[in-house]
Write a protein that binds this ligand. Structure first.
Ligand code: ADP
Ligand code: ASP
Ligand code: MG
Length: 405
């Protein structure tokens, strides 16, 4: 008998029939002799719908109230899932994040899990229940509802698995596992059987949103091995775990793309100590998250500084920077959207050379211009024109031989 945590995402609980499908799968697991904790997301589209509703009543709703609102999505699903299980003749109990003992930081809409006290979960399991927990939510030490950032039900599942020392953590979604690229973009992408935490983390944080990146970070920190698999069939999925020696043999594990990026260039920045610090502390103070940064070679005592960020952050960034540009004596600021990022990820890159060259060659063969480049130990990323990102992903995927025959 094992203790199993199963998480079902938005599409998997997207309508009553699918909730019943989840109920049947969970019961199947229990009938095989296991104790089951189920973590569910809001039904697909519900969280986006709630965000839209909020904007219709207020241009700038407080993040505290956003959390009160958004947490209702998952609260609906836990009740429906528990009802479905009960309707099929099994004992089930639903718990909100707070009731499951998830205590978080006070940063509303992207709170971090501080502690979990799973006594109530264990007690309900001990009483023979299937325990259904709301994903994506927790509460602060003084009892305010918080949410864990988009895709945060993944984090709930992994954190609960760590807290109750589950034997197995399964993330059920609408694809068979983690693929070499988003199968909606690259049709012949192949399923990855095993991937290291570091690779999964790099892929997730560079656009492969099949897993929330913070949940992968948490899994790595607490050594939670988990499987990503489909709720619509019984195929084995992808195991995410600590790296093994054999994983090193694969140079590129996968390709990620991220759309909706923007680039800001500050031109003719005086080439002297303190100017970059002034620019980026201003952005940090405005809570703008920056991705790549490039400073061109200085000439005549001045340089250009460019950086990329999510397109949504652009108005906030330019508003914060305009006074700074004048103050430091730069010539001007230019913002450009319509760009996207493509990344290749693999721990094998540490020990193989020529990987970046092969990436650039593949793009050049397609006549696709590279606007920016950045590298880290296990990732190489480029900024490209957004309109050609799918074409680029397919070219690069093929160049590294990642596709099915
Ligand atoms: P859930 O609602 O179950 O959490 P998500 O929509 O968050 O599901 O994640 C699943 C989706 O992630 C897939 O439908 C797929 O389009 C997308 N995706 C992006 N990159 C990948 C990848 N490398 N492998 C598999 N799926 C990916
Ligand atoms: N419902 C939340 C979202 O849409 C959390 C999740 O689905 O994991 O982001
Ligand atoms: Mg998700």
């Amino acid at each position: 008998m094992a203790l199993i945590v199963q998480k079902y995402g938005g599409t998997s609980v997207g309508n009553p029939e699918r909730i019943l499908n989840v109920a049947r799968r969970v019961i199947e697991t229990q009938e095989a002799g296991h104790s089951v904790v189920v973590v569910v997301s809001a039904m697909s589209g519900v969280t986006d719908g709630l965000i839209k509703l909020a904007r219709e009543v207020s241009p700038n709703p407080t993040e505290r109230e956003m959390d009160v609102l958004l947490s209702t999505g998952e609260q609906t699903t836990i009740a429906l899932t528990a009802m479905a299980i009960s309707g099929l003749g099994r004992q089930a109990v639903s718990l909100t994040g707070a009731q499951a003992g998830i205590v978080t930081s006070e940063v509303h809409t992207r709170a971090k899990i501080a502690t979990i006290s799973p006594e109530r979960v264990l007690e309900a399991l001990g009483g023979g229940n299937i325990v259904v927990i709301a994903g994506f939510q927790g509460e602060t030490a003084d009892g305010s509802i918080t949410t864990l950032g988009r895709g945060g039900s993944d984090l709930t599942a992994i954190a609960i698995a760590a807290a109750i020392k589950a034997d197995l953590c399964q993330i059920f979604t609408d694809v068979d596992g983690v693929y070499t690229c988003d199968p909606r973009v690259v049709k012949n992408a192949t399923k990855i059987h095993e991937i290291s935490y570091d690779e999964m983390l790099e892929m997730a944080s560079s656009g492969s949103k099949v897993m929330q990146s913070r949940s992968v970070e948490f899994a790595k920190k607490f050594g939670v091995v988990f499987e990503v698999r489909s709720s619509f069939n019984h195929n084995p999925g992808t195991i995410v775990k600590e790296e093994t020696e054999s994983m090193e043999a694969v140079v590129v594990r996968g390709v990620s793309i991220e759309k909706n990026q923007a680039k800001v260039t500050i031109s003719h920045v005086p080439d002297k100590p303190g100017t970059a610090a002034r620019i980026f502390t201003t952005l940090a103070a405005a809570n703008v998250v920056i991705d790549m940064i490039v400073q061109s070679a200085g000439a005549e005592g001045a340089t250009d500084i460019s950086f990329t960020l999510s397109k949504d952050e652009l108005p906030k960034a330019t508003a914060a920077l305009e006074p700074v540009v004048r103050e430091i004596g730069a010539a001007g600021i230019k913002a450009q959207d319509g760009i996207a990022k493509l990344s290749i990820v693999g721990i094998g890159m540490r020990s193989h050379s020529g990987v970046a060259a092969k990436l650039f060659e593949a793009l050049s063969a397609g006549g696709i211009n590279i606007q920016m480049i950045s590298t880290s130990e296990i990732k190489t990323a480029v900024i490209l024109e957004e309109a050609r990102i799918a074409e680029a992903a397919n070219l690069v995927h093929a160049a590294f031989g990642l596709g099915a025959e």
